[in-house]
Design a protein around this ligand. Structure first.
Ligand code: UD1
Ligand code: UDP
Length: 381
């Protein structure tokens, strides 16, 4: 008898972090691995599915332009009813903190299906920031039966909420993914990325998309970015702009029309990881980039007021730059002019994983369902 495990995901970062886990689950003879995508993201999700050669068993295709949190959540809940009735999984795996994650866990709970939470235990302890992610992951923490915490600090956060059973420290699956994508001889298919002068110029890789940054914070951040390009002639700023219309409008307004600011479409994950590996500096409000860039030895300025990923801040490769124009500008200016300050941040650290998170998660599932007797060892302990 095999255990039926269904992964559910919908956005780009969930797909990047769940794809290597799907492969691992598929390789286990005792597990029947099924994949359901909500397609909360469409193009950005399909790009990841193509790179990792994953074909979902179910596709809810829910994305709408300018979708709201309510439409995403209700469409997922309703769509998953039919999926669960047909597939009857023993365990549902959700990832992280998106609306798909929350709705996937809630739908499984309504159907009395066990839930495993991948990337569990990240917290800022501020329910409004990141919004809605902090509440999504807290609520999923209450629902889940298995909690795959990337780090010890994440596990301790769960302990603080009295979540103690079924908690495993696994590392983050993004480090597993990174091991398959970054290659020294990688050739980009986006022409600009082959033309950039990586040795002579300072490539600043930017992403910015968070809902709590919409409006004034995003305007401030983008104005600071423009000033950086204007004041430092050796900077080439590369910004693959998220497909959200709110973000595209802001980027067009504040950053277009400068010869050294390159606003480009979202990159596929291989191009993104290989560009990051060659960049001088990363400036971002993304969660995933805060994990990837330190592993690649690239300094990161986080364009947020807080972070649920304090490990790389403690290791010295990530700094919180906030969302105010003057601070963002001056922190970037320091790293562009002060070699010692730059060198102090530019070293590779791997607090988020060792590339074996997927193996530990699959082992833990097998252990939980009686397919093995040994509990997996914890990452970093
Ligand atoms: C979502 C997640 C956020 C995560 C981010 C990763 C929620 C509430 N937010 O935010 O936690 O960090 O994904 O990128 O779950 N769009 C497209 N094509 C795509 C993707 C998006 O056109 O492939 C446009 C659509 O108009 C869509 C809008 O972007 O309505 C916003 O997408 P949505 O998933 O609601 O929010 P994100 O900001 O992407
Ligand atoms: N990413 C990508 N192409 C891009 C921008 C980001 O492949 O143009 C990858 C990035 O390397 C990371 C993930 O997408 O693995 C992060 O996604 P995002 O920033 O959208 O979401 P978050 O991590 O903030 O939830």
């Amino acid at each position: 008898m095999s255990v039926r495990v269904m992964t559910i995901f919908g956005t780009r970062p969930e797909a990047i972090k769940m794809a290597p886990l799907m492969k691992e689950l598929q390789s286990r003879p005792g597990i029947e691995a099924l994949c359901c995508v909500t397609a909360q993201h469409r193009q950005m999700l399909d790009s990841v599915l193509e790179i990792f050669r994953l074909t979902p068993d179910y596709d809810l295709d829910i994305m709408e332009p300018r979708q709201t949190l309510s439409t995403i959540t209700t469409k997922c809940l309703l769509g998953l009813e039919g999926v669960f009735e047909q597939a009857k999984p023993d365990l549902v795996l959700v990832h992280g903190d998106t609306s798909t994650t929350f709705a996937g866990a809630l739908a499984a709970f309504y159907h009395r299906i066990q839930v495993g939470h991948v990337e569990a235990g990240l917290r800022t302890w501020d329910k409004w920031s990141p919004f809605p992610e902090e509440m999504d992951r807290k609520l999923v923490g209450d629902i889940a039966d298995l909690h795959f915490a990337p780090t010890k600090a994440n596990r301790d956060n769960l302990f603080r909420e009295d979540i103690r059973d079924g908690v495993f420290i696994t590392g983050n699956t993004v480090i597993d993914a990174l091991k398959t994508t970054v290659r020294p001889d990688f050739r980009f298919t986006t022409p600009l990325l082959n033309e950039l002068d990586y040795a002579g110029k300072k490539i600043v890789l930017v992403t910015c998309h968070r809902r709590e940054n919409y409006g004034q914070p995003m305007a401030d951040i983008m104005t600071a970015l423009r000033r950086i390009a204007e004041d430092f002639p050796d900077v080439e700023l590369v910004y693959p702009v998220h497909l959200s219309p709110v973000v595209r409008e802001a980027a067009g307004k504040y950053l277009s029309g400068h010869p050294r600011i390159h606003l480009i479409d979202p990159l596929d994950v291989e191009e993104m990881h290989n560009l990051m590996a060659r960049a001088y500096l990363v400036m971002t409000d993304s969660g995933g980039l805060q994990e990837e860039a330190p592993a690649l030895g690239r300094p990161v300025l986080v364009l947020r007021k807080e972070t649920e990923r304090p490990e790389a801040v403690a290791a010295g490769t990530v700094k919180l730059a906030g969302v105010e124009q003057e601070t963002v500008y001056s922190m970037a200016a320091e790293l562009l002019t002060d070699e010692a300050a730059y060198a102090a941040m530019a070293h590779a650290v791997n607090p988020y994983g060792d590339g074996h998170a997927c193996r530990r998660i699959a082992d833990a599932i097998e252990w939980k369902f009686g397919l093995r007797t040994d509990r997996p060892e914890a990452f970093g302990m």
